[in-house]
Design a protein around this ligand. Structure first.
Ligand code: COS
Length: 388
């Protein structure tokens, strides 16, 4: 019998969960609806999340990070998402996609230069993979980088789209995948560059009129002969796609956490409402049609949690976690959408009104089956892992 097999949450994680939950309920919840309506990214709340220690979570203390284990980081994202998707997205994208690639693939010089800043709460870093014509097919980047030997710089031209945290006043950089040549097999050589922002040759425009995550910062980036010193290559020449893919393996865990948090938040609101709202002389929770919806929501939340935490446990014990990260991203996104929809149904007409958070949960859930790899891409990757 394996004595290590257990599901108890450690005292440290309980404390972290409690602290982030209180912060989210006290600081974010009262402002979430207004920020969503105005489509406003709050620098103030972002800095407060930094003060709480939610920046540089997984970065080791050698680089002034928090040195958390992966489950702790995931629990923090989940608790934010339980209250508001936009603020959870800011933290998830910054940690997994912003600081993550520098932490895992940067040179010591790059880590020393960027990571302490990215752990403060005053600086954000974006992940420039997706392009107007390269989404799921992430190897088909059109953005190019040409070497200029006279200055030992790379000159970047092209565009990126849907880049979280890349056009805010707190943004200090973005990792950009660009084509640096052609391989013998006819495939593009892809390389990642650390681009400091703002800079000459880069136009960063916030994207507006989003349906979801409206209080998060999403950017479109245009590169026009942007010059980057050769020392800003992340990893090695031609390693770009692998860095991006490996970063997404980790990112899937945080999107899973956003899905789990969204599902729990929708469930919390729906259960409370169902216990209070009366029809036919009793609380609607006592009607089987509603009770069964809540039972299904609670069951999917338990299953989502088990899958996600197991994937995190595999990662932090240095075991292969990628397949389960895909499954967790897929399942938690679907659980979120299910709970948001059923929650909205329980609220009836009120669930269609912006005054009630369930309406926002319903919109925010949609992103989870599209961002950081669609549900179809997750199924594609899972099917490869299982030998299809
Ligand atoms: N980690 C490290 N390397 C990886 C990897 C991973 N997770 N996945 C693939 N690679 C490597 C492969 O090993 C292969 O290396 P070699 O050329 O040395 O053999 C190379 O990358 C190409 O892999 P593959 O042929 O599988 O790439 P595909 O073009 O078929 O693409 C998918 C694979 C579809 C999985 C990939 O393009 C993908 O994840 N797309 C979705 C992108 C996405 O999520 N975008 C949203 C970003 S929002 S932040």
């Amino acid at each position: 019998m394996n004595q290590n097999y257990g599901f108890a949450e450690s005292e440290e994680i309980k404390l972290l969960r409690d602290t982030v939950r209180k912060f989210a309920q006290q600081q974010i919840a009262p402002r979430a609806q207004e920020l969503d309506e105005k489509e406003h990214f709050s620098e103030e709340l972002t800095r407060s999340m930094g003060e709480l220690g939610l920046f540089g979570t997984i970065v080791s203390t050698d680089y002034q990070g928090q040195g958390m284990d992966y489950i702790s980081y995931i629990v923090a994202v989940e608790e934010l998402a339980r209250v508001d998707g936009s603020h959870a997205a800011t933290i998830a994208a910054h940690n997994s996609l912003g600081a993550g690639p520098i932490y895992y693939f940067g040179s010591d010089e790059q880590k020393k230069k960027y990571l302490p800043k990215l752990a403060t709460g005053n600086a954000l870093w974006g992940f420039g993979l997706t392009e107007p014509d390269a989404g799921s097919d992430a190897q088909s980047s059109k953005t190019t980088a040409r070497y200029d030997s006279t200055t030992d710089e790379w000159i970047i031209n092209g565009a990126k789209i849907f880049i979280t945290n890349a056009a805010s006043d707190l943004t200090i950089g973005v990792t950009v995948q660009a084509v640096t040549g052609m391989l013998a097999n006819g495939k593009p050589e892809l390389t990642c560059f650390l681009v400091e922002t703002p800079c000459k040759g880069l136009k960063a425009t916030p994207m507006k009129d989003k349906m979801m995550w409206r209080a998060s910062n999403t950017a479109q980036l245009f590169f026009d002969n942007l010059r980057v010193p050769a020392k800003n290559i992340l990893g090695t020449l031609g390693q770009g796609f692998k860095i991006m893919m490996s970063t997404l393996d980790n990112g899937r865990l945080s999107i899973g956490a956003m899905g789990l948090g969204c599902a729990k938040g929708a469930y919390d609101h729906a259960l409370k409402y169902a216990q209070e709202r009366q029809t036919f002389g009793k609380p609607i929770a006592k009607h089987q049609a509603i009770a069964f919806k809540l039972a299904d929501m609670a069951t999917r939340i338990e299953a989502a949690e088990l899958l996600l935490y197991k994937a995190c446990w595999l990662k932090q014990t240095d075991q292969a976690f990628e397949k389960l990260a895909c499954m967790a991203k897929l399942y938690c996104s679907e659980a979120a959408e299910f709970c948001a929809r059923e929650g909205q149904q329980i609220f009836g007409g009120y669930g269609l009104m912006k005054e009630y958070p369930i309406e926002r949960f319903y919109r925010d859930a949609a992103l989870l089956r599209i961002g950081e790899g669609t549900s179809e891409i997750q199924r594609l990757v899972i099917s490869r892992y299982i030998g299809c």
